[in-house]
Design a protein around this ligand. Sequence first.
Ligand SMILES: Nc1ncnc2c1ncn2[C@@H]1O[C@H](COP(=O)(O)OP(=O)(O)O)[C@@H](O)[C@H]1O
Ligand SMILES: [Mg+2]
Length: 206
Amino acid sequence: MNYIKKELLAEGAEAKIYLGEFNGRKVIIKERIRKKYRHEKIDKNFRKYRTRREVKILKKLREIGIPVPEILYYDEKESIIIMEYIKGKKLSEILEKLDYISICKKIGNQVAKMHNENIIHNDLTTSNMIYSEGKIYFIDFGLSFVSSRIEDKATDIHLFKEALQSKHWKIFVEAFRAFLDGYSVVKDFNKIYKRFLDIEKRGRYK
Ligand SMILES: Nc1ncnc2c1ncn2[C@@H]1O[C@H](COP(=O)(O)OP(=O)(O)O)[C@@H](O)[C@H]1O
Ligand SMILES: [Mg+2]
């Protein structure tokens, strides 16, 4: 396949993220890396499975109209995904400067759509969102999975709340209220919200 890795942008626990070129286009290349402590064959299967899962989720989200990078190429055996490069800024860097109320409401709305498809992001933070031409793109679905459990949806909300509270403490109260407002259209909102409050309590008494 005709792609070039140009610059290593990030090295996570599971994958390396490169800026690259594919068919003359600026792209992001995500390559899952080998874990030496895992048996080679098991590791290969694991990376293959994770790559397949991430591709499926990204395709589904695009289908239902949630802004996510388009997948341009993937290879399960090589455990790489080549995706569209989203030009913009990480939301974590600029949320306060934007109309954060309407943006957080919009994010809540998109997360509700995701959850209605039983897709759990599992790493919802403003660092995993890119602000591009007025749209919020979601990225980093490496830990995402499919589940209809109330607990998993409530945990997603809890994690986002924690992220807002630590990164955006100045606007946190209003921002989280706006997020919930947007999110309230989700199926089973009352059940999820109650469970979210339970999770918060559990955390406090740990
Ligand atoms: N499709 C994309 N378009 C533009 N930038 C991206 C894209 N995917 C990832 N990035 C950049 O690379 C960084 C790391 O990618 P990410 O998927 O969040 O992995 P991790 O957080 O596990 O290192 C992001 O914070 C973002 O700056
Ligand atoms: Mg990330």
